[in-house]
Design a protein around this ligand. Structure first.
Ligand SMILES: Nc1nc2c(ncn2[C@@H]2O[C@H](COP(=O)(O)OP(=O)(O)O)[C@@H](O)[C@H]2O)c(=O)[nH]1
Ligand SMILES: [Mg+2]
Length: 413
C-alpha cells in the first residue's frame, strides 16, 4: 500500500495572502544627516529658522430664527471664534531647539465658524511651543518675490541666506516666560449684527481675520553662571563631571564634547551655580578652525569665564601660550566678552612638570586668580568650589537683551 502524502498548503496560502510579510520593504527614504550628532548623543540645535502662523478667525453665520409660532424670528447668526495664537514658552526642561528641526512650521488652529441661534464659534486654543530658557527670538524677512504658495502658506524659500533679520522680538530669560509670536485673527460677525429697521432680514456677515504669520530666527544663548573655556583635552568635561552631577562625555581625543552641557554645582550653604561646558576652542577658531566660534555664544551670558588649561603641558602644549591664544580668540569673537571677569583653572596638577608650569603661569598672569586642581584625582576640588562661590558673589546677574535692538547677526547657516 502506497501512503499518499497529502500536500498541505502553507498557512499563508490558506489565508490567501500573497505578500511575504517577512521580507521588509526597503525604506524609501534616505537617512538624513543631523547636525551635531554622534552614536550616543541626541541632536543639538541652537539656532533655527521657523515659520509660524496663527489661526484664522471663524466666519460669521447667516441664519434666521425659525420656530413654531415664530414665523419671522429675525436674524440669529452667531459670530466666528478667535483663531489660536502661537505662543513660545521658556521651559527649563527643554535644553535645545531640536524639536523645530523636525517641525519648522508652527501652525495654530483656526477658530470655529459662527452658528445659528446666535451661537459663537469655538475659539481655537493657543499653540504653545516650549523653548529652552535663554532663547532669543528675531524677526526674519524673506523677499516676497521668492515666496511660494503651498497650502495657503508662504513657504520659506530654499535659499535661506536671502533672509534678513529686522528686529529682536524677545529674550526669554526665565522659566515660564511666554511670548505671543503670532496673534490669532478675530472671528467674523454673524448677520445678527447687521439688522436694522431698514434691513430686517440681513444676509451680510464678515469673514474671520487672518492670523498673523511670519518667519523667525530662534537662537539659544545658554544661561549659566560660569563658562568653561579651554583647548580640547584640557579636562573641562572631567572637571564638570567631578564638580556637578552632569555627565559630559570624556575621552582622550579632541572634540569629544560636541555641544554645550550645563552642570549644577551645589555649595555647602545650599546655594547653587550653573556651569557651562562648551566644545574646545583652538587657535584660529575665528577663522572657523575646529568647531570655530560656533559655541561661544553660549558663554556670552556667563557672569564669569573660567579658563581651563592643561598645566602639565601634556601633548607637548605650552599652558602660557594656550591661555594667551584663548584670550585672543575670545577678544576676536567679542571684545565685550573679553572684559568679563575671568579666572584660571590649572588642571592636571597630578602630572609631572605641573608645579613648574604653574609658577611660570602665575608669574605671567599675576593679576588673575588661579585655582590649581587635578580633576581626575579630585585634588583641589574643594578649594575650587569655595573660590567659585566667592568669584560669583562679586558679579551681578546679567540683564536680558532689550527687544527692538537690531544686532549684526549672520543668518546663513
Ligand atoms: N592626568 C590627568 N588627566 C586628566 C585630568 N583631567 C582630565 N584628564 C584627561 O584628559 C583627557 C581629556 O579630558 P576631557 O575632560 O574630555 O577634556 P575636554 O576636551 O577639555 O573636555 C581625558 O583622557 C581625561 O581623562 C587630570 O586632572 N589629570
Ligand atoms: Mg569635553
Amino acid at each position: 500500500m502506497v501512503a499518499l502524502k497529502k500536500e498541505m498548503p502553507s498557512k499563508k496560502k490558506r489565508l490567501g495572502l500573497t505578500v511575504d510579510f517577512c521580507k521588509r520593504a526597503k525604506p524609501s527614504y534616505s537617512p538624513v544627516a543631523l547636525p551635531w550628532t554622534s552614536y550616543n548623543q541626541s541632536v543639538f540645535i541652537d539656532r533655527i529658522k521657523v515659520f509660524a502662523q496663527a489661526g484664522k478667525g471663524g466666519r460669521g453665520c447667516v441664519s434666521f430664527r425659525r420656530e413654531k409660532f415664530v414665523p419671522k424670528g429675525g436674524p440669529d447668526g452667531g459670530d466666528g471664534g478667535r483663531g489660536g495664537d502661537v505662543i513660545l514658552r521658556a521651559d527649563r526642561h527643554v535644553d535645545n531647539l531640536s524639536n523645530f528641526f523636525y517641525e519648522p512650521i508652527i501652525k495654530a488652529k483656526n477658530g470655529g465658524h459662527g452658528m445659528g441661534k446666535k451661537m459663537h464659534g469655538r475659539s481655537a486654543s493657543p499653540m504653545i511651543v516650549k523653548v529652552p530658557v535663554g532663547t532669543i527670538v528675531w524677526q526674519a524677512e524673506y523677499p516676497t518675490s521668492n515666496e511660494t504658495a503651498r497650502d495657503g502658506l508662504a513657504e520659506p524659500p530654499s535659499t535661506a541666506h536671502q533672509a534678513s533679520i529686522s528686529a529682536l522680538l524677545v529674550d526669554l530669560t526665565c522659566d515660564g516666560k511666554e511670548f505671543v509670536l503670532c496673534r490669532g485673527g478675530t472671528g467674523g460677525k454673524g448677520n445678527v449684527h447687521f439688522k436694522s429697521s431698514q434691513n430686517r432680514a440681513p444676509r451680510q456677515y464678515t469673514e474671520g481675520e487672518e492670523g498673523e504669520q511670519g518667519h523667525f530666527l530662534l537662537e539659544l544663548r545658554t544661561i549659566a553662571d560660569a563658562g568653561l573655556v579651554g583647548y580640547p583635552n584640557a579636562g573641562k568635561s572631567t572637571l564638570l563631571r567631578k564638580i556637578s552631577a552632569a555627565r559630559p562625555k570624556v575621552a582622550a581625543y579632541p572634540f569629544t564634547t560636541l555641544h554645550p552641557i550645563i552642570g549644577v554645582v551645589e555649595f555647602p550653604d545650599y546655594c547653587r551655580a550653573t556651569i557651562a561646558d562648551i566644545p574646545g576652542l583652538i587657535e584660529g577658531a575665528h577663522r572657523g578652525l575646529g568647531l570655530g566660534h560656533e559655541f561661544l555664544r553660549h558663554i556670552t551670558r556667563c557672569r564669569i569665564l573660567l579658563f581651563v588649561v592643561d598645566i602639565a603641558g601634556s601633548e607637548s602644549r605650552n599652558p602660557i601660550e594656550d591661555l594667551a591664544n584663548l584670550r585672543r580668540e575670545i577678544d576676536l569673537y567679542d571684545p565685550a566678552l573679553s572684559k568679563r571677569p575671568w579666572y584660571i583653572i590649572a588642571n592636571k596638577m597630578d602630572l609631572p612638570a605641573a608645579r613648574e608650569n604653574l609658577e611660570a603661569l602665575q608669574h605671567r598672569f599675576s593679576t588673575i586668580e588661579t585655582a590649581a586642581v587635578s580633576a581626575q584625582t579630585r585634588q583641589g576640588m574643594e578649594s575650587l568650589s569655595k573660590k567659585l562661590e566667592k568669584w560669583l558673589a562679586k558679579v551681578p546677574q546679567p540683564q536680558a537683551i532689550n527687544p527692538g535692538k537690531t544686532d549684526a547677526i549672520s543668518f546663513g547657516n
